[in-house]
Write a protein that binds this ligand. Structure first.
Ligand code: APR
Length: 316
């Protein structure tokens, strides 16, 4: 049986690292695409990744392209194209530039892969998902955003560090928009099933929540020339695996909401079951009044950035 074809658009830090991870996991053959001005760059990176195959023991084919014909018939397309943040920039500062890029990329990929599932990574994430949904005209379950897996992974790292336990024992839930209004949920974050609210003081939990919210900026400030890519690419790889292997993992993802959590017409981070169809189901957590209010605030912030784009969604 032929291997599945996965396209990664944007052969920059996130895209190229993702291509490497997908190849190492042997999730399919990978086509790495960038703009024509980058000339041989995507092909060069792809070849370099392929040549690691004999050492790591994978047979995935990795190729690079500066046009979309080689991506024809992809089962899954990950969009990482865009510009990343610089110190002092919020994700929303990227809004207009990346919206134009994501729209053009989406139109190009769906022309040759009309049945694909799209995973959007470009920021500001929630607004870019809506741009991709509109441009693709795909059903909502086939356009998904990567944010919650990353934000939760950051929170898991901080919890594991605070309690000196293995990251493998830690689960965390971060909902809402991928920005300053994201909603870490300590009640739903656990160490071997024990909520962290029983293991850590209020102050320590608040510090973890804050560091989680600022997790992207912390890295931007250290790097100075770009944004995070190791944990983001690892997060996408987990989503791709759940979809292509039809595992139905429950992962926090940006999904298009139509009434869930009292939110309508925007993308927002919620726990979603990811399987062969894409988003198989959005799970509804029993939130407290305060948690619900925080989520509503986050939805309002996302809606505002979508309205700036003129992609105004229906009001909730
Ligand atoms: N089509 C294809 N590729 C494009 C396009 C386009 N229209 N426009 C830009 N690109 C490419 C760039 O040429 C570059 O190689 O997208 C790549 C982006 O790579 P980086 O600048 O290294 O950025 P990266 O760190 O990978 O982040 C990409 O992911 O996490 C988000 O905020 C981040 O929006 C940013 C995106």
């Amino acid at each position: 049986m032929a291997r599945k074809k996965i396209t990664v658009v944007g052969a920059g830090f996130v895209g190229a690292t993702l291509a490497q991870r997908l190849a190492e996991l042997e999730l399919g053959d990978v086509v790495l695409v960038d703009i024509p001005q980058t000339e041989g760059m995507p092909a060069g990176k792809a070849l370099d990744i392929m040549e690691s195959g004999p050492i790591y023991g994978y047979d995935s084919r990795v190729t690079g392209a500066t046009s979309y014909e080689p991506t024809r018939g992809s089962e899954l397309v990950v969009i990482t194209a865009g510009i990343p943040r610089k110190p002092g920039m919020s994700r929303d500062d990227l809004l207009n530039t990346n919206a134009g890029i994501v729209r053009q990329v989406t139109e190009s990929v769906v022309r040759v892969s009309p049945d694909a599932i799209l995973i959007v990574v470009s920021n500001p994430l929630d607004a870019m998902c809506l741009v991709a949904l509109r441009a693709s005209k795909f059903p909502k379950h086939r356009v998904i955003g990567m944010a919650g897996v990353l934000d939760s992974a950051r929170m898991r790292s901080f919890i594991a560090e605070a309690l000196q336990v293995s990251v493998e024992n830690v689960h965390a839930m971060v909902l809402g928009g991928h920005g300053d209004t994201m909603v870490p949920l300590p009640r739903f974050s656990t160490v071997s099933g024990i909520p962290i609210t029983e293991l850590l003081s209020k102050d320590k939990i608040e510090a973890i929540n804050r560091r989680t919210r600022d997790g992207g900026a912390e890295i931007v400030n250290l790097l100075k020339t770009g944004s995070a890519y190791y944990a983001p690419s690892a997060s996408v790889a987990e989503m791709v695996e759940s979809i292509l292997k039809d595992k139905n993992k429950v992962l926090p993802c940006a999904a298009y909401l139509e009434g869930e959590y009292g939110v309508d017409g925007v993308y927002l981070g919620v726990p979603a079951k990811l399987g062969a169809r894409g988003v198989v189901e959005v799970l509804q957590l029993n939130l407290s009044v305060e948690e619900r209010i925080e989520l509503q605030k986050s939805a309002a912030a996302v809606k505002e950035s979508c309205q700036v784009l003129g992609a105004a969604a229906r009001s909730s």
